[in-house]
Design a protein. Structure first.
Length: 542
């Protein structure tokens, strides 16, 4: 395990490596590192004019950071900053930290926080250059070094949304750098030299080190364990963990590790990170909607890749229901587009899970699923030429996998090859799907009979009897899955997840189907509520 050998001093050593990195501050290299045709961030002239509105905002922002005014900071961070971005900096970066330094009395802590927003804006609205990627990493190291290596808890409080965004953006930029680093076929020699000479920049070790160090410093796992047993979290918090800054950064780091290990393809370790977090409405992640959505997305995807389709369905259905019920709130969020895209991806994953493990869904979720992916779901359920459908949905809905190691810069042959972690994970997933392509067809035939001979079914399917036995045994094996009941997410009981059961005695197949009765009461209650809403709307118009 990475965290078994981690010490807090490792982060300081990592920061020293970055600070002494041999990369030029203003190297003359192509800024279009992403090569997507997006406008790149440009170096600002020293005499750039800062509007008075921005000066006043920076000054007021700084004062509230000094005063730890959480409520005002929440509005400034979520609302004001984004409005000013749309008005003044939609197509250009914010002023560099050195230019606003006189406005904040050269407060290095505030300037570090400002740079975090500055580079995040470049990643979101512009296109980061290789220098932007390097400098952003160095700034994150300064920020985490300040928080982790202080002799006493730092006097800094930030809104939960901002703390989550710091961890989320830190992982996103690491993910983005890994994917760009592996696509070096069209890079210039100067860019390749920068990457070769600075292997510690955005290294997998340093990113994991930060996340595990935040968890260790905050004692968040100890706090969550005490809370699960009915105790007071403050009993295990310690000097640092009792402060909201450390507590929430540690908590969000657990969700961050769930994401990182999933991106690396270690789904067991990803779910292991969630041992002390209970998936319910009272969990701390529910306070921040993007964190809530991220948690269930990666838990559900990990279950999907572990072939625990019933658990994946429950995870996706839970969060999709939550999104529907709280839609009026997160539509006002500046992250609405990201939440909507993640929601659409989860519907795609849910469609694959339903095709692999037919399950009755909530009516609203089922209707939305039919609207979005009805045609693809029908093809997957028929089992005819469905591999291409699975491949398309998987490519759209899966996370952007990363490789922990960069290319071998000393081997010219490897530089001409594109290292795509996605291809590796997609191959594993699709090979498993290929073994199940006959299951929908078998299921449709077996539902028509109570007893049937193997030879008769083989004749219907135009296949050999021995091959049919193999397919039936595979069907039987796939219909029994480990299903989470309570406790840790990796635990669970082996249960039958199919409404169709059968056994083979000699050459006869004996089939038993258990039909789940519809909940008519719920259906009538939902439609009565809709009818009342329609009447109220019509009365309001009249």
């Amino acid at each position: 395990m990475y965290h078994d050998n981690y010490e807090e001093d490792d982060l300081a050593a990592e920061v020293e490596l970055v600070t002494s990195a041999q990369y030029p501050q203003d190297a003359d290299v192509d800024d279009g590192f992403d090569s997507e045709g997006v406008v790149s961030s440009q170096k600002q002239p020293i005499a750039v004019e800062i509007p008075d509105t921005i000066k006043n905002f920076i000054t007021y922002f700084h004062r509230n950071v000094l005063e730890n005014n959480i409520y005002e900071l929440h509005t400034l961070y979520e609302v004001t900053f984004n409005k000013l971005t749309d008005r003044f900096y939609a197509k250009q970066p914010w002023p560099e930290a050195e230019l606003i330094s006189p406005l904040v009395d050269d407060d290095q802590v505030f300037l570090t926080l400002y740079r975090e927003l500055y580079y995040r804006h470049i990643y979101a609205r512009l296109s980061p250059s290789i220098q932007d990627r390097f400098h952003s990493y160095e700034n994150y190291c300064d920020l985490f070094n300040y928080i982790l290596n202080s002799d006493f808890p730092v006097n800094l409080e930030l809104p939960n949304q901002w703390l989550w965004d710091i961890i989320d953006e830190f992982i996103y930029q690491f993910q983005s750098f890994c994917n760009c680093r592996n696509r070096i076929k069209n890079r210039s020699e100067e860019e390749i030299a920068l990457l070769r000479d600075n292997p510690q920049i955005w290294s997998c070790y340093s990113v994991l080190n930060v996340l595990y160090s935040l968890i260790q410093k905050s004692r968040i796992n100890e706090q969550l364990l005490v809370n699960k047993n009915g105790g007071d979290m403050l009993e295990a918090a310690g000097e640092y963990g009792s402060r909201p800054l450390y507590k929430m950064l540690g908590y969000f780091s657990i969700i961050g590790l769930l994401r990182v290990h999933c991106l690396l393809g270690d789904y067991t370790l990803a779910l292991k990170m969630m041992d002390n977090i209970e998936l319910n409405k009272k969990a701390l992640f529910s306070r921040v909607i993007p964190c809530h959505v991220t948690t269930y997305y990666y838990v559900g995807f990990s279950y999907l890749m572990m072939r625990r389709y019933a658990d994946a369905i429950r995870a996706f259905s839970t969060v999709l229901t939550f999104i529907q019920r709280t839609k009026q709130y997160h539509t006002r969020s500046y992250q609405f587009d990201q939440i909507a895209k993640k929601c659409d991806q989860m519907y795609a994953l849910l469609a694959m899970c339903i095709a692999l493990c037919p399950t009755r869904l909530d009516e609203n979720i089922h209707n939305h699923l039919r609207e979005k992916y009805g045609d693809q779901l029908a093809k997957m359920q028929k089992g005819e030429d469905s591999i291409s459908v699975y491949e398309d949905l998987f490519q759209y809905a899966c996370p952007k996998f990363i490789s922990p190691n960069g290319p071998n810069f000393d081997d010219p042959a490897s530089l001409s090859q594109v290292n795509e972690p996605y291809q590796h994970h997609a191959k594993i997933f699709l090979s498993d799907i290929h073994n199940q392509t006959m299951i929908p067809t078998l299921r449709s035939f077996l539902k028509l009979y109570t007893t049937m001979s193997i030879d008769k079914l083989a004749a219907f399917l135009e296949m050999d009897a021995d091959e049919l036995r193999t397919q039936l045994l595979m069907f039987k094996q796939r219909s029994r899955q480990q299903k989470w009941i309570t406790g840790n997410l990796l635990e669970g009981d082996i249960v039958s997840t199919s409404d169709l059961d059968f056994c083979i005695k000699q050459d006869m197949i004996h089939i038993a189907e258990s039909k789940v009765g519809r909940r008519y009461g719920d259906w009538f209650l939902r439609n009565i509520t809709r009818f009342q809403d329609v009447i109220a709307t019509l009365e309001h118009k009249n």
